[in-house]
Design a protein around this ligand. Structure first.
Ligand SMILES: Cc1ncc(C[n+]2csc(CCOP(=O)(O)OP(=O)(O)O)c2C)c(N)n1
Ligand SMILES: [Mg+2]
Length: 359
């Protein structure tokens, strides 16, 4: 199906329209129970994201990169992954963590500044979040090559933004993946901005999906606010990767509804009208309308889902805040097995300073 949508002709995979209607022949046909599970993940993601912003404003959480607007891309993609697959994430992937079962308390703990929150629990295949833009891409390709050597029937997913596609790491990673036909699924969350830089200034390509053509593998642009489109493309790309079909690039065409991070003010570089236009295309609303048409959504169900989401979020906050704060010495603890002398000297300085402070 991916091959039917040619990015060079401006074709984009869309399954759901804004009123929740389904394009004929494109519905991935998920069972009712799974559709509801997906809806519950979307609602939890939005609730957990909104809570993180509040915590940041109250000084209870550090700088935070909000996910509002990305929920369908995140949850749709992660819902198509199966145990054994790997995720090499970036810093705006909350819905993927929630879908894959990463403890939300750990996720908050990380954004509260504690490295311990990054230690993925056993049984979950999630690499540490990459803050240097694009650096996860070659790592994911390396994992793909390892899986291929070991003949493991798994797919390696990596996510990144439109801004990451200007990094050397993107081009080196995709080139390598094409030559060695590694089992990678590259997912670009094209949210139209890299901080304040608009997508049109990022690349002269008409789409990001078409970049895959130059590397010799399929690329498809999907409506990233349409969870069924994201799911359908991801399911096919992941299946192909697991079965020796090589890599795929998926461009999820979406919009960041909030600021880049809590230290940004997006009102300085984009219009209210543009944001309102995207509000109309809200990914959760669209899926809710679809569920309504199928008789799977009503007000009492909504209440129940919202209540469960609030409980899920509040429990995670309480758990994260009950943990001891990170020790200042942690700044030095996790980068080197054996610290270089200049850092050792800095650590000694810090310890002397803390010794005085604590006395
Ligand atoms: C190598 C590197 N350069 C610059 C930065 C600073 N920086 C953080 S996020 C960002 C923009 C990323 O934009 P995009 O890839 O589109 O992802 P988005 O934030 O839009 O989800 C930049 C420039 C960084 N973290 N790493
Ligand atoms: Mg971006």
């Amino acid at each position: 199906m991916i091959e039917r949508f040619n990015p060079l002709k401006g074709e984009r995979l869309e399954v759901l329209d804004e009123a929740g209607g389904v394009a004929p022949g494109l519905d991935p046909g998920l069972p009712d129970a799974e559709l509801r599970t997906i809806y519950e993940r979307l609602v939890r993601t939005r609730a957990a994201d909104a809570k993180a912003l509040k915590l940041q404003r109250q000084g209870r959480l550090g700088t935070y990169a909000p996910s509002r607007g990305h929920e369908a891309s995140q949850v749709g993609l992660a819902s198509a992954m199966i145990p054994g697959d790997w995720l090499f994430p970036y810093f705006r992937d909350l819905g993927m963590y929630i879908t894959l079962g990463y403890p939300l308390a750990d996720y908050y703990h990380f954004w509260m500044g504690n490295e311990a929150g990054l230690r993925t629990p056993d049984g979950l295949n999630i690499a540490p979040v990459a803050i240097p833009v694009g650096s996860q891409i070659p790592q994911a390709v390396g994992a793909g090559l390892a899986a291929k050597y070991r003949k493991l029937p798994i797919a390696i997913v990596t996510t990144f933004g439109d801004g990451a596609t200007s990094e050397g790491d993107f081009h080196e990673g995709l080139n390598f993946a094409g030559v060695f036909r590694t089992p990678n699924v590259f997912v670009c969350l094209n949210n139209q901005f890299a901080i304040s830089l608009p997508r049109a200034r990022q690349t002269a390509s008409a789409t990001i999906a078409q970049k895959a053509i130059a590397y010799g593998f399929p690329g498809v642009q999907v409506d990233g606010n349409d969870i069924l489109a994201v799911y359908a493309a991801a399911r096919e790309a992941l299946g192909s990767a697991r079965n020796g079909g090589g890599p795929t690039l998926i461009e999820a065409y979406t919009y960041r509804m909030g600021d880049h991070t809590t230290s940004d003010d997006a009102a300085r570089y984009r219009s209210k009208e543009e944001v309102q236009e995207w509000e109309r295309r809200d990914p959760i609303l669209r899926f809710r309308l679809f569920l309504g048409k199928k008789g799977l959504w009503d007000e009492p169900y909504e209440k129940e889902v919202q209540g469960a989401a609030t409980e899920f979020v509040e429990k995670a906050v309480a758990e994260a805040e009950a943990r001891p704060a990170a020790a200042p010495e942690d700044l030095f603890a996790f980068t080197y097995a054996a610290m270089p002398p200049d850092l050792e000297a800095q650590l000694a300085d810090l310890q002397a300073f803390l010794g005085e402070e604590r006395r």
